[in-house]
Design a protein around this ligand. Structure first.
Ligand code: ADP
Length: 253
């Protein structure tokens, strides 16, 4: 039986009395990149935050429907978010390294998850920084503050921190919007690398060129509704829904 890594069925999100996300059913598989696209305020980040249960931390936020991770229901009050987030990592719009050294940014999370052997930590720190394509730039200054890095390097450090825990899903919320084009391309290369290693990547982006460059599938959101989902080339070249066609041709958004 082929099982989706993540499968959502009729997921809704209410912030108090306001429904921000209507019934959304999507699936995500290993080794694929899925872009969530659509104009600002249409529910993309809200949906993304359902996948690692981050919305739970927002007072008054209620998530309805089913979210299966490896076939297990996670949208219930008993699911352990600490364990979930070890496997379902998240990278945010603004790089958010800890106020610690480059080395400690990665080792800290590993220790919290029980790794204490120095050689193992050293090895995992290096492997993660290599996977995020930043090792060569930082290997001689691992004890320097992460805050001394450029914005693009900080974002790659945050990706390395996520990869250190060997996640099978990485959620990215506009990860390049604060970065220049060169730093953006470096992150996009890393995204393709992650998917070639089997990681399931779900990325929110308002940049249509980026969605076309990095994603295998796209889901188009509008006014809290997931309007169309499918292979990126199909959505871009032969959109089925008139609203998506209008968005792609720049009639709104
Ligand atoms: P997008 O990611 O597509 O820009 P969001 O998911 O951020 O859209 O927002 C969808 C809607 O939900 C917007 O109307 C936004 O104002 C609302 N919203 C998002 N986060 C919150 C929150 N924490 N509390 C209340 N409303 C929110």
């Amino acid at each position: 039986m082929s099982e989706n890594l993540i499968k959502t069925t009729d997921v809704t999100v209410d912030y108090g009395k306001k429904r921000a996300l209507k019934e959304t059913s999507l699936y995500f598989n290993e080794g694929t990149v899925t872009a969530l696209i659509g104009p600002s305020g249409c529910g993309k980040s809200t949906f993304l935050r359902c996948i690692n249960l981050m919305n739970r931390e927002i007072p008054g936020c209620v998530i309805g429907g089913s979210i299966l991770y490896h076939g297990d229901e996670i949208n219930n009050s008993t699911y352990n978010t600490f364990q979930l987030r070890r496997h379902v990592g998240m990278v945010f719009q603004q790089p958010n390294p800890f106020r610690k050294s480059i080395y400690e940014n990665i080792a800290f999370a590993l220790r919290r998850h029980g790794m204490s052997n120095k050689d193992e930590l050293d090895q995992r720190v290096q492997e993660s920084l290599e996977a995020a394509a930043i090792w060569d730039e930082v290997k001689d200054k691992l004890n320097k503050s992460a805050y001394a890095l450029s914005g693009g390097q900080q974002q790659r450090l945050c990706i390395a921190r996520t990869l250190a825990l060997h996640p099978d899903v990485v959620l990215m919320d506009e990860p390049c919007s604060a970065l220049d084009p060169i730093a953006t391309f470096a992150i996009e290369d890393t995204i393709r690398d992650m998917s070639s290693k089997g990681i399931c990547v779900v990325i929110v982006t308002h940049n249509m060129e980026q969605a076309a460059r990095v994603s295998d599938r796209c889901a188009f959101f509008l006014l809290g509704e997931m309007v169309e989902f499918g292979p990126t080339s199909e959505l871009f070249n032969t959109p089925k829904d008139k609203r998506l066609e209008d968005y792609l041709t720049g009639r709104f958004g």
